[in-house]
Design a protein around this ligand. Structure first.
Ligand code: ZN
Length: 143
């Protein structure tokens, strides 16, 4: 398997998230003091300031908050670019917002509030990227 695009570089704070993706789970942090979910991973809760943190599996379902359709390749990029593609902000059911790609549909058919669900794409042996596809309400996550 060959993947030439830039890959995430996990650090101690984000490693559990990427480990979860590899295992097919969308993990987000949950404050151990007040219960607020948060993403991206941080050391302290923005609501109560506690550093008590746990990880929970999100449902993987959410709605498109906003998006753009990239139509022009990135100048001087050395890898193939599959334009057009969508970069989106998805609001998860848990109340956090995630930057991602919406795939599996015509990018020009994406709409605000569109229901989506996560799909994990194993782009290398070490990295699975969480992307979102339209949620048509069917059973299972289709991963
Ligand atoms: Zn808190």
């Amino acid at each position: 398997m060959s993947y030439a695009k830039p890959l995430p570089v996990p650090d101690p704070q984000t490693q559990p998230f990427w480990d979860g993706c590899r295992a097919g789970k969308l993990l987000i942090q949950r404050c151990g003091a007040c219960g607020t979910h948060r993403f991206p991973p941080t050391g302290v809760c923005a609501v109560c300031g506690s550093d008590a943190t746990g990880w929970v599996a999100a449902t993987g379902r959410g709605k498109v908050f906003s998006w753009i359709v990239v139509e022009l390749p990135i100048p001087k990029a050395t890898y193939a670019q599959d334009v057009p593609y969508a970069v989106a902000l998805v609001d998860l059911e848990e109340g956090v917002r995630m930057a991602t790609n919406v795939v599996g549909c015509d990018p020009y058919a994406i709409a605000a509030g569109m229901p989506v669900r996560v799909r994990f794409d194993a782009v290398t042996e070490e990295v699975s990227l969480p992307r979102f596809v339209p949620d048509t309400g069917g059973a299972g996550d289709g991963a």
